[in-house]
Design a protein around this ligand. Sequence first.
Ligand code: SER
Length: 319
Amino acid sequence: MAPMKILLTGAGGQIGTDMLPILVARGDEVLAFDLAPRPDTCPAEVEWMRGDITYAEEVDSAVERFQPDRIFHLAAILSAVGEGVPHRAWRVNMEGTRHVLEAARLFGVDQVFFTSTIAAFGPGLEQPVGDNVALRPTTMYGLTKVAGELLGEYYEHTFGIDFRGVRFPGLINAGIPGGGTSDYALFMYVDGMRSGRYESFCTPESMIPFMYMPDAIRAVLELSDAPKASLGQSIYNIAAMSPTAQEIADAVKARIPQVELTFKPDPMRQAILDSWPEALDDTNARRDWNWKHEFDLAAMSDDLMPQLKALIEAAGVPA
Ligand code: SER
């Protein structure tokens, strides 16, 4: 694929932080759009623009000036934080997505890539959960993601924008997540390494789909680059693993034997977890654009540990 111009919203978040160097390595020209100031981790080649997705004029001016070929729309308020500030989650997720799509229409962007989620689903579905089931989420985050999927499809059939996206599992990387309900998994690794202990806010039996960040980023790039003619739908489930919280704890303990990992369910976050799928069926992604995950729980844990150690040592926190 020839290098292109990509505008990344939410570039300072958990996904964007890891995606920026990968886009730069591909030779893409990148405009990073985020409310936060430029972080030290941002590669020098990337232009960083501070902007608020909830103001149409700020999104418009970024898109008009940069003229991206594609927008990867990552900016969102996640599920756990969103339940504390539901109206703000509506503005950021709903209005933000509308502003991105509208700017793409106004300034002729070829493709808008949307990052949806397991939170788009509600309780009571047959496992593993397929793409085309009733979407009845119980969180503000989930309902704004469902509406974002539908709005993007509206822009596709009404205005001809190439709209595509994935429903991500909970994502794990050597970083800090942004207030999701899936964060317990990441914190078992990060705090297990950093502090020697972590208390998960869920039961040991809790089971939702997870994915390691390198797989997640590869999924975005592969679906974004896939020929449109091969795609039978715009939004795809993608899957990698579905460990229980206890199985994640066991994987961490196998690598940090002295770690103390305990469980104290928080009613609000446990209810969200219980409303989400235990496992996703991603047959359509595997068929249409050859999606295939690389990392299972063991491979992810092996890859993650040395990175976390380096990160924590670099930041001066005792490992
Ligand atoms: N990781 C997200 C969350 O927990 C799910 O998409 O909110």
